[in-house]
Ligand binder design. Structure first.
Ligand SMILES: [Fe+2]
Ligand SMILES: [Fe+2]
Length: 271
């Protein structure tokens, strides 16, 4: 089956890029399942239910989030009723919403989506590796589901690569999110799991990780915050990865970069 994952959607520029490009991308490549990280979709921080529904309307089957899951307070409520909303699984017990869920793809296959948040330079959540192991023990690949996607939301490249090694051979894809910068290391790990350290963002790349440059420049040079960070408003690009999985094993056969729009060298899969 063919699976598409798009990195963090940042603000209106990211939302417009998704609305503009995603339907055609799905039509061109026949993706069976699409995951979009939406943690920065609403003004750069969090996601509203309206935006959540708009991303589903554009073609997403599941929306993952991250450390900004709750910046829009309404998410604490709609995360419960929206089964396609995924937040990190290693939040404390009792956190609203789901850290993992199984979905039916367009081809009828069962897809488990799990999100895990890293601990390095991030809010201190529960052990990410124990949380990943628990999610997979409940729904192992080839048994309870036909494909498994793990969104590893973390700051440190090393921690994301450790998660790739930890899950190699057990899941279809480990994809890093959160740093908003696409890495060039998409590959199949020795055990058959597709991996990339970071999927990049969907947003305006003429920015500092999706935000207008003025305030980050002021904070870096003067050390005095003088206003809020606001998303950059120029034309947005899509960034992420596409994989093909083996129907029998659920492991990855190929992984390709997806980069469409200004500011990034273009890339689309050849399948
Ligand atoms: Fe993000
Ligand atoms: Fe994040």
């Amino acid at each position: 089956m063919k699976i598409l994952f798009l990195g963090d959607v940042v603000g209106r520029a990211g939302r417009k890029a998704v609305a503009h490009h995603l339907p055609g991308l799905i039509a061109r490549h026949g993706f069976d399942f699409v995951v979009v990280n939406g943690e920065n979709a609403a003004g750069g921080l969090g996601i509203t239910e309206k935006i959540f529904d708009d991303l589903l309307e554009a073609g997403a089957d599941c929306i993952t989030t991250g450390n900004h899951a709750w910046n829009q307070k309404e998410a604490l409520v709609f995360a419960e009723r929206q089964e396609r909303f995924i937040r990190p699984a290693n939040y404390p017990d009792g956190t609203p919403g789901r850290g993992a869920n199984i979905f039916t793809a367009k081809n009828g296959a069962r897809v488990l989506v799990v999100q895990i948040m890293g601990q390095l330079f991030m809010p201190a959540l529960d052990d990410p590796f124990a949380a990943a192991a628990r999610a997979l023990a409940a729904s192992p690949l080839g048994n309870a589901c036909d494909a498994i996607i793990v969104d590893m939301h973390a700051e440190a490249s090393s921690e994301k690569q450790v998660m790739g090694a930890f899950l190699d051979g057990k899941v279809s894809l480990v994809v890093g999110t959160h740093t908003h910068v696409p890495t060039a290391d998409h590959r199949i790990l020795p055990g058959g799991t597709a991996f990339i350290t970071d999927a990049g963002m969907c947003g305006d790349y003429d920015s500092i990780i999706g935000m207008e440059k003025d305030e980050p420049l002021r904070r870096a040079t003067r050390k005095i915050p003088s206003s809020h960070l606001v998303p950059a408003t120029g034309p947005g690009a899509l960034s992420g990865v596409a994989i093909e999985t083996d129907d029998a094993s659920g492991l990855a056969k190929s992984i390709s970069a997806i980069r469409i729009g200004p500011g990034l060298p273009p890339a689309e899969p050849d399948f």
